[in-house]
Write a protein that binds this ligand. Sequence first.
Ligand code: UTP
Length: 271
Amino acid sequence: MIKKAIIPAAGYGTRSLPISKVIPKEMFPIGIKPAIQYVVEEAIESGIEQILMVVSRSKNLIVDYFDHSLELEAFLERKNKMHLMDAPNIPDIQIHYTRQPIAKGLGDAIRLGKSFVNDEPFAVLLPDDIILHKHSPSLKQLIDVFTKYKESVIGLQTVDEKYLNQYGVIKGKKHSNDTYRLTDIVEKPKINPPSQLAVIGRYVFTPMIFEQLDKIKRGIGGEYQLTDGMKALLQSENIYGKLIEGQRYDIGSMDDYMKLLNFVYSNMKNG
Ligand code: UTP
C-alpha cells in the first residue's frame, strides 16, 4: 500500500568533512556496497516500488552508481566475467532524481517530493541511518503500523539522555507495547527533553505533511526542519511513533561508521 519513498541525500555532510567534500557520506563504503544501497534495499524489501532521491550538484556519484555502466558491462562481457557485476547486484527499482539547489534543511528536501508523491501516503528513509534488523526491515515495521491506523508513523529509538540534544524528541502517550501516540515533538532539546524517545531516519507520512511543510519557517540552525512540519501536522492528524527493532548506525558519526564496518566485516569473515 505504501509504494513510494523519498530518500533525501542533498545535505553537506559537515560532520564528515573533509572527505564528504568529494565523496557524499551516503556513498561511504560498507564492505563493497555504499551506505545508500543498504537503504534502497531496505525500501525494496519493505514493498517500495518507486524512489525519489533528492540530490545536489555534488552528489552525481549517487546518480552514476545506480545507473548502468555500458563501458564496464561491455568489458566484462568480452572477458566472460559478467558474474562480477552480480555481486552485489545494483538494486532493480525505478529511481527518480530531483535537485535541492541549497541544503536548506530536511523539511525543504522532503517538500520537493510533493508532485512525485501525488497525494498518496509515502515513506521517507534517511540514507545516513543504516538500521540492521533481525526479523523485519525497519521501514516495513512502520508500514505495518500505518496499515492498522492509516495515520503517519515515525521511527523511534530510546536514546541516552546526554545525546538527546542531537535528535528530534517526542512526547507521547503509550499506545501499545512499542507504539506511542505523539502529543508533541521538539528538535534537539537543549534542556528538559520531553522523553528519551528520539526520532530516527524512517517515516511514513500522509500527504497532509506537505501542507505543513509549505508553511513552516526556518527553525533551529536556520534550517527548514521536518520536526516543525510534524509538530504542525499534530494539530490536525495523529502521528504514531514506533520503537524500531534493529541496530541503528549513523554514518555521519565516526564511531557508528567504524562499528558498522567492523560488524559487516566480521560477518563476511564468518560467512
Ligand atoms: P543530516 O543532517 O544527518 O545530514 O541529514 P547532513 O546535514 O548532510 O550532515 P551533517 O549533519 O552536516 O554532518 C539527514 C539526511 O538528509 C539529507 C542529508 O543528505 C542526509 O542524508 N539532507 C539534509 C538533505 O537532503 N537536504 C538538507 O537540506 C539537509
